[in-house]
Ligand binder design. Sequence first.
Ligand SMILES: *Cc1c(COP(=O)(O)O)cnc(C)c1O
Length: 405
Amino acid sequence: MTDVQPSHSPLFSTFARADIVFERGEGVWLETREGRRYLDFAGGIAVNSLGHAHPHLVAALKDQAEKVWHVSNLYEIPGQTRLAERLCAASFADRVFFTNSGAEALECAIKTARRYHFVNGAPQRFRILTFEGAFHGRTLATIAAGGQAKYLEGFGPKVEGFDQLPFGDREALKAAIAGPEVAAVLIEPIQGEGGVRAVPTDWLREMRALCDEHGVLLVFDEVQTGIGRTGHFFAHEMTGVTPDILASAKGIGGGFPLGACLATDEAAKGMTPGTHGTTYGGNPLAMAVGNAVLDVVLGEGFLETVRRTALALKQGLASVVDRYPQVFSEVRGEGLLVGLKAVLPNGEVVGALRGEGLLTAPAGDNVIRLLPPLIATEADMREAVSRIEAAAAKLADAGALKKSA
Ligand SMILES: *Cc1c(COP(=O)(O)O)cnc(C)c1O
């Protein structure tokens, strides 16, 4: 443990940090300065898609670091063209804009949607429909899109043009989408921060049809769900519904800051020279790592293996839920984006799991997220399940004691 005193820290106090310092990682494991090992099922919140210190990623980064770190987007960056070509070949998209983060990928998605209508002669169409429980990032526009009061409070007037609808309310969407100012619908196919809440497939289909009927663009936020997290390259592939624009980040860089906005040629047609830009986005180091991530994730049989190990994890968790109904009530999610709905406060459970040497991440709706690296084996899943079981047994005992006292 550390001797850092938060009240004397020179850092903004925006994060409630656990008192742990990790010094190194390897695969699914993280190790503290003091040598304590943790099974990392938080993955930097769905970022370390290939675990820690993956040899192929380390080699790609080192190799690029010895050539050139950064050049401006005023010049050709071959790694960008290559990564964009591969992302397009593996998805619905024809075009890509690279960013450094998820929120920036969303900013690009929002701007792309608005510009599309602008160049179509409908500049009045700028409103974006979003859904309750959403999370799209922490910039001024993306907190407006997410619509959560706790993230908006104190930051001045909410950025104009975002209308939040109740999650799953078909009638509300039907009424709102007919508005003359609507540019796009923005949704996470599975809400991550919101508590691993999947959008029912039939509702996504209906949403696509409504968008087409009203000339509205459909934007998917796959920052958390994309790049193999669900056992599919993008989560929407399971639904058969494709978007016009998509924001990706987190797992795409495997730990190197990288995001991407993907779009069809048609949806991207307003993004002409000078309309958007970035200094770091698509930098050669990020491109080297992004391409290395795809070498692995798009490799023969990789996603199939993810689906199989994910099933093993889910089955193990289902049995823990059955045996400890005082602690957990439900397993949800897809692939390796797994939510355990807690009966006890989720923060308490995350702490207890950390006590067993297992890192997880809390989410809304009193859910604990398990986001293991995609390279986790069935043995790693069994190890995690046995640690969850150990924590559940202790929490259940403590609860029984409290009750009898
Ligand atoms: C994490 C996340 C974001 C924001 O990404 P940052 O890299 O933190 O800006 C946006 N949308 C979703 C769904 C996310 O999970």
